[in-house]
Write a protein that binds this ligand. Sequence first.
Ligand code: 5GP
Ligand code: ZN
Length: 398
Amino acid sequence: MTSLTQKIHFAPAFPIPDYLVGEVQSKLAYVDENIRAAQVSPNGDDIQLTFGNAIDEEEKKLIESKVQRVVTSLVKGAFKPKVQILEDYLDRPLPYREDPMAELLRRGELSEEASGVYALGPLLTRLINWFESRFVALADSFSAQPYRFPTLIPARYMERVGYFRAFPHSLSFATHLHSELDNIDQFAQHAACDEQGNLNVPMERFAQFKALLSPAVCYHLYFALADKPLPNGRVTATAVGNCFRYESSNLTSLERLWNFTMREVIFVGPKEFVLENREIARQRMQKVFAEIGLAYRVESANDPFFIGEFRKQVAFQSAFQLKYEIRARLPFKDSTLAVGSYNYHQDFFGRHLNITLPDGSPTHTGCVAFGLERIAFAFLAQFGFDTAKWPKVIKESI
Ligand code: 5GP
Ligand code: ZN
């Protein structure tokens, strides 16, 4: 079978500044379903889209107008956010420089079930368990209470916290067949997948969407605490869970998954309580990363908002320093990968979900979140597969 691809170039309506190249590139993946890859040239004056099918002139015009919509809404009037660096250990010496993906696939450590969905083998699982033990130790150091949350999250919860407007592009929905005998019978007899894995079942057979696949762990805690006074005026909790963010053609390796797992330590209470604990958590993790010799830095960051919300929200997050990311070095591509984040949401969830402090004011919240697949991937990208070259603490215990 030959696979037909077509590359199209566009000149962006506004030159794309270097600090927005990555953001524009990842949002272009959502312009059209047939886009296989989107690339912005490093100097920001050329956009290349690769399509899995042939594109005629008319389609090209339509696509160009969408491309320019993305460019305009992200770039026009944008200003460079001041990046604040809290820790910089990017130049720690490292024994490895290769991309671990090929070796992981060769060893059967990874099997790709679908784009952005992988089963992990024993080496990755043991590494993740090791990091998990450190994250749980961090949670224990705050006497965080353990929780378990479902993978599904109700649509009405997500609506209540404005998620539809902020991140519509990354939502994943869950449904089921209409509970009607003929419908179920028909499905049982005729349901089949085509070569691309698409089910041949029309949407009318499915029930209205009431649930989504959860995009984060901490939301579940805020909903459990909604519409009442906060017990004792503060809650510290921890949980691990599956998270889902649909990333379209950006899903290329363990770096970006549709289905990944996150461990969070969550602080709910007065402003100072949340901010102080976020800072203490950062300092405690700094020691853990030093012990391993991980090359990384911690810097201010923003969430990947949808184009319509992007500039406003990014300016807001930057101005109030609401997010810091732990960015681990990936030597094989001379870049960094966010393996975790330290977040402060101010009283956003307290206000929207009516969670009150003893004085009647809305609570503040914050969370420390670690991406488990990403930390294991970054570790292997830095230390490789020869365990003799691994940090002693990890070598000894896995
Ligand atoms: P945040 O809530 O800061 O966006 O996500 C917390 C952490 O989850 C990130 O720092 C990252 O480690 C992990 N994470 C977020 N999105 C993805 C993704 O698409 N793939 C993978 N593997 N991890 C992710
Ligand atoms: Zn969180």
